[in-house]
Design a protein around this ligand. Structure first.
Ligand code: BES
Ligand code: MN
Ligand code: ZN
Length: 500
């Protein structure tokens, strides 16, 4: 879909979207259009229950010989129209009008009394929401009927300050590129996306100016990454560690302090290994590389919009398979940190991968902060469902900044506890630690405690995204499937705290 910005002229044909505020109050362009249509819009309004409530709308078909339809979009109270509400509006407009058979939709954006945002900013947010909602993963659907595909080719935002709107939309468009990449990666099946092919996907960021290094099994063996390598040893596809660097801060900041670092769990398929998972629902484990997918998509967003930040992304890529070479329950592995781990359950593999990725990252880059993302535990889904991701941190300021960034973009987090009493639960009699507590309680926290043993004293946060990475139903700006949860959140964190 092409998105364009133009002067606020009413079109004479096609599909037109105009706003209606609470109590059926027409916006200025709705009024102008109503007049041109000899009152067709106000008649339709009074013939319906629609009152202008946000999230609702009314379609008026063929109000004259040229206009295909008018969509009256509920704006509610303009004082409550913020970024997120406008993005949701854009998403709703796309979902409602992309399959009409028409190729173009024009959205009239008005200056609204009481709304904090100028029309140009409103237009940019509506466009962002529409683009986010327009994502599709159709590449393997060879028999899809033309009528089941979107007809919409151009979304036009008609606003005063069109040039300003275009400029405001440009970086949002780059963030959407990152979100789309993440969604593509989590949607790919595991016979296509494995550690080697996922590393190759990360390599494509080089054309945006990201420095991408790929460590193979030999490199990792030399570094002593026994925890990560143990997980991948049962697979026919070798493990990889990908390191991405974006240097956007410029010379002035060079050497001043470390980069911001993001670390992702990239288990391209999680069978559970020898501690094998039940058959039902195992297909979901193709998106057990969701954390890595977010880190790669985020690096794409940051590089795409030329963020003024030095950022590092590290993703540990493995496939967790049962086989004659697979690791066994009871095996003891030595991590890059030197700490030994008794692997009591081969299905608690994500923490093993992150142990070496986190240690490597802090050891090599001395980052000022590290944020890891992982589809780490089923327990976080029990706690938070698909509404929020779990946030664990050793640093209150970082936790607060992340929480606020999540609220600002609508990717919500909820802070979960860490503490010495939980830490003790993963002490082992045979090694420095074990990879499961053995008890039934606090599974997400004991997993986070495990990670904390590999972050040294770096300010760190862990986001357990197991519940939010994949959605079975459409959301306003996220069609069902891979959500890309985390890209917008971390892009916002960077923009608010680490740029400039
Ligand atoms: N990848 C899973 C966690 C998961 C479950 C993600 C459901 C998304 C949806 C992880 O590797 C895992 O298997 N965790 C185990 C840990 C347990 C063995 C301590 C779990 O949560 O059951
Ligand atoms: Mn597992
Ligand atoms: Zn897993």
């Amino acid at each position: 879909m092409k998105i364009s910005f133009a002067k606020p002229d009413l079109p004479a044909a096609g599909i037109v979207v105009v706003g209606v505020q609470d109590d059926r109050k027409l916006t200025p362009s709705a009024k102008a259009l109503d007049k041109r249509l000899h009152g067709a819009l106000s008649r339709a309004l009074s013939a319906s229950r629609f009152k202008g409530t946000r999230g609702h709308g009314l379609t008026v078909m063929a109000p004259d010989a040229h206009i295909n339809r008018v969509y009256l979009a509920g704006l509610g109270d303009p004082a409550k129209l913020d970024d997120q509400a406008l993005q949701a509006l854009g998403g709703d407009i796309y979902a409602g009008l992309s399959g009409t058979g028409q190729k173009e939709v024009t959205v009239m954006v008005d200056e609204l009394e009481g709304c904090d945002l100028a029309p140009a900013a409103m237009a940019a947010e509506i466009a962002f929401g529409a683009r986010l909602r327009s994502y599709r993963f159709d590449k393997y659907r060879t028999k899809l009927d033309k009528h089941d595909k979107p007809s919409l080719k151009t979304l036009k935002l008609a606003t005063i300050g069109a040039a300003k709107a275009r400029a405001a939309f440009a970086p949002l468009d780059r963030v959407a590129d990152g979100v789309f990449m993440t969604r593509d990666l989590v949607s790919e099946p595991a016979n296509v996306l494995n550690p080697v092919t996922l590393a190759a996907e990360a390599k494509t960021l080089a054309k945006l100016g990201v420095k991408v290094e790929v460590l193979d099994v030999n490199d990792m063996r030399k570094l002593g990454m026994g925890a990560l390598l143990g997980v991948g040893q049962g697979s026919a596809t070798p493990s990889r560690l990908v390191v991405m660097q974006w240097h956007g801060a410029g010379k002035a900041r060079k050497g001043k302090d470390g980069p911001v670092a993001f670390i992702g769990k990239g288990v391209t398929f999680d069978t559970g290994g020898i501690s094998i998972k039940p058959a039902a629902g195992m297909e979901d484990m193709k998106w057990d590389m969701g954390g890595a997918g977010v880190v790669i998509g985020l690096m794409k967003a940051l590089a795409g919009r030329k963020a003024k930040v030095d950022a590092v992304g590290v993703v540990g890529l493995v496939e967790n398979m049962p086989s004659g070479t697979a690791q066994r329950p009871g095996d003891i592995v030595t991590s890059m940190s030197g700490q030994t781990i008794e692997v009591l359950n081969t299905d608690a593999e994500g923490r093993l991968v992150l142990a070496d990725a986190l240690w490597y990252c802090q050891d090599r880059f001395k980052p000022k902060v590290m944020v890891d993302l992982a589809t780490l535990t089923g327990a976080i889904i029990i706690c938070l469902g698909d509404q929020k991701a779990g946030l664990f941190s050793n640093n209150d300021d970082l936790a607060k900044s992340l929480y606020a960034a999540g609220e600002a973009v609508g990717e919500n987090l909820w802070r979960m506890p860490l503490g010495d009493a939980y830490d003790k639960m993963i002490n082992s009699d045979a090694a420095d630690m074990k990879n499961i507590s053995g008890g039934r309680g606090a599974g997400s926290t004991t997993a986070a405690q495990f990670l904390q043993r590999f972050v040294n004293d770096v300010p760190w946060a862990h986001l357990d995204i197991a519940g939010v990475t994949w959605s079975k139903k459409d959301g306003a700006v996220t069609p069902k499937g891979g959500t890309g949860f985390g890209v917008r959140l971390l892009d916002r964190l960077v923009a608010e705290h680490y740029e400039g």
